[in-house]
Design a binder for this molecule. Structure first.
Ligand SMILES: Cc1ncc(C[n+]2csc(CCOP(=O)(O)OP(=O)(O)O)c2C)c(N)n1
Ligand code: SF4
Length: 293
């Protein structure tokens, strides 16, 4: 974990664009970033073409800030709205074909372990509900059954947003969408339940209403995946376009949906609990000691 990864050689700094120098001075490499720092360094998600007010972009920003080892993390994404922002961040990104994310991430994580046996490398899949629960279902489930050590984050906007409003397995029963005009006929898939059955070490459901909690949840998931086993976060990230949510009401919608049916839930195995409790205890002690200095 080091800023040295991005620090320019002496003499080169003044030749680099201001954004790069900002990244070295203020970026999230090599340190824990606090949620209050959001917006302080634009390199996190430089620019993106997602819709104004899309809750998914807020979630992605928080995810980038939460990564415990950003300079040694590779994000894997695919077709869908989220990758439009994920690929703009200062974290290495690999584009898997639609449906392939968890297979790509499995191979990547194993290859990184062989290539860098003495260095921690984290792999995080961030993809839409369609990309994971429909077209990527087989890759998703098998990566969990194989106990592949990486984190999967589902950006669950309950629709195929990027292609204009088809229903996904995560859409609620009865929901009418542009390309599901008669309403969805079957229930929302219980992906949390599937993750449990498949033996994920850590599973969380969350809406982006409490930024600190989002960051803590993502950190936990990545750290547990590093040592214990696969981890899964299901995040409500509304699509204001396909669900016709006026931009100023996007956060209110997140609060309402959280209250009605998307409450925070965190499930972990005993092994994961023991592991993360120990890490968080050490982090607290370190923070205390640093505060005394
Ligand atoms: C194999 C394949 N099938 C279909 C597509 C077309 N496609 C691109 S994005 C997308 C839907 C994305 O929906 P979701 O994964 O839920 O992400 P969202 O855009 O809602 O964030 C589809 C079907 C594709 N790129 N590749
Ligand atoms: S279509 Fe929906 S999910 Fe995609 S960027 Fe726009 S608001 Fe966000």
């Amino acid at each position: 974990m080091s800023l040295e990864t991005v620090r320019p050689s002496p003499g080169f700094e003044e030749l680099l664009p201001i954004e790069y120098r900002d990244l070295v001075k203020h970026g999230q490499y090599g340190r824990d970033v606090k949620v209050s720092e959001i917006g302080k360094f634009k390199e996190l998600v430089e620019e993106h073409p997602m819709c104004a007010g899309c809750a998914m972009t807020l979630f992605i920003r928080l995810a980038m800030m939460a990564l415990p080892n950003p300079e040694h993390t590779i994000n894997v994404g695919t077709a869908g709205c989220g990758r439009l922002a994920i690929s703009q961040a200062n974290i290495p990104f690999i584009y898997g074909n639609y449906g392939d994310t968890n297979s790509v991430a499995s191979g990547l994580k194993r290859a990184l372990k062989l290539r860098f046996p003495n260095q921690v490398k984290d792999v995080v899949v961030m993809a839409g509900d369609g990309g994971l629960i429909d077209i990527g279902f087989q890759g998703l489930m098998h990566s969990w059954f194989r106990q592949e050590k990486f984190t999967t984050i589902m950006l669950d906007n309950e629709v195929y947003g990027n292609t204009g409003g088809q229903e996904s397995g995560m859409t609620l029963k009865g929901q009418i969408l542009k390309m599901a005009p008669r309403g969805k006929e079957v229930d929302k898939i219980d992906a949390m339940g599937l993750a449990k059955v498949a033996g994920c070490a850590y599973i969380a459901r969350i809406a982006p209403t409490n930024p600190s909690r989002v960051m803590r949840t993502i950190r936990r998931a990545v750290l547990i995946a590093r040592e214990v086993g696969p981890t899964y976060i299901q995040a409500y990230t509304s699509c204001n376009i396909e669900y016709a949510i006026p931009t100023p009401d996007v956060m209110q919608d997140a609060f309402d949906v959280e209250k009605e049916r998307y409450g925070f839930e965190e499930i972990m195995t005993d092994e994961a609990k023991a592991y993360i409790t120990e890490i968080e205890k050490k982090q607290k002690e370190l923070a205390k000691a640093n505060a005394k200095k």
